[in-house]
Design a protein around this ligand. Structure first.
Ligand code: SAM
Length: 306
């Protein structure tokens, strides 16, 4: 029997660098083809709800991930599963589907130049203007935070940059649509792979090694508040206010242009006047929004609300 025909074969794995590996074992459903019309049902529904758009070349990936979940539930038809997700008023099955379909790749100190732009160039300017206004509140938003590496990196960098940080009211608001990654983020336990670009002095100072895993220290955790937010949920997004700095890196790359426009508009409303918006280093707002000013810093680019 060829590996492709093996009934208990594992055909796909969802991996995050922090070591959360979901092996997708499949049974009889592995053999079932996902018809284009059923793929389109899922694709359009996911797009409408989350902004993520799966082009037809992602059909195989979607099929594998759906087939795994359907095997667990004992559902044989893709259409039956679609209607189950659509009409599940608890939202639990939708969440299960999102946990499977999101790409959660991340790591600590991802793209160091951008992070230096944040800590060495943007943060001092923000703190200076706050000092002038006698304002000690600092709100930073890590939108699409995955398993927590980005907001925890920001927390560590803030603590290095502001030795008297305890005198400030600092909040790092971290959210994601996928509950599974938020659970991992709250635990704050990581394998060394996700620390591969973390400077050793940060590892020594902000992590505790237990066996072969690294626990993030409580003082780093203390500044970060995790919650589940879908960036396309206009009601929840309208409550996100007074942000000094927004990080939304490597999230909207999976979105349609229309969804990107909606999300960027929400970020604009969430930022204070003069607030900063970091996107992934390979991303751009070209054709998406003209509302922000592009600021050229020594270490990279950042958008600013004028
Ligand atoms: C590739 S990770 C990026 C993590 C981190 N920002 C970074 O750059 O390392 C993208 C994250 O965006 C989340 N995401 C996708 N669509 C979302 C949505 N509509 N609302 C909130 N989060 C979403 C995914 O669940 C995933 O964890």
């Amino acid at each position: 029997m060829s590996p492709m025909n093996s009934p208990n074969q594992s055909i796909a794995a969802k991996t995050t660098p922090s070591g959360a590996i979901h092996t997708l074992s499949t049974g009889a459903l592995e053999q079932q083809a996902l018809k284009t019309e059923d793929f389109v049902l899922f694709r359009d529904f996911i797009h409408e709800k989350t902004g993520m758009f799966f082009a037809e070349n992602k059909m195989y990936l979607v099929k594998n991930r759906l087939a795994n979940r359907m095997s667990q539930l004992g559902i044989k038809s893709y259409k039956d599963y679609f209607y189950m997700v659509k009409y599940d008023t608890s939202g639990n099955e939708f969440n299960a589907l999102i946990n499977l379909l999101t790409t959660n790749e991340t790591s600590f100190f991802r793209n160091m130049p951008q992070l230096l732009a944040f800590s060495d160039e943007v943060l001092p300017v923000v703190l200076k203007s706050k000092a002038a206004a006698n304002n000690r509140n600092l709100r930073i938003w890590s939108a699409g935070c995955s398993t927590g590496e980005e907001p925890y990196t920001l927390s560590m960098m803030i603590q290095e940059k502001i030795p008297d940080y305890a005198k400030y009211n600092i909040e790092i608001i971290a959210n994601d649509i996928a509950e599974s990654v938020l659970q991992a983020a709250r635990k704050g336990i990581y394998h060394e792979l996700t620390l591969r670009t973390t400077p050793q002095n940060y590892i020594d100072k902000y992590f505790t090694k237990k066996g072969n895993v690294y626990h993030i220290n409580d003082n780093v955790k203390k500044l970060v508040k995790f919650s589940q937010i879908n960036l396309l949920d206009q009601t929840k997004m309208s409550l996100m206010r007074d942000m000094d700095i927004v990080f939304c890196r490597n999230v909207t790359i999976y979105f349609s242009e229309d969804a990107k426009k909606k999300v960027v508009k929400s970020f604009y409303s969430s930022l204070v006047k003069g607030g900063y918006y970091f996107i992934g280093h390979a991303e751009s707002l070209h054709g998406i929004s003209k509302a922000f000013k592009l600021v050229y810093l020594k270490n990279g680019l950042v958008y600013q609300k004028e």
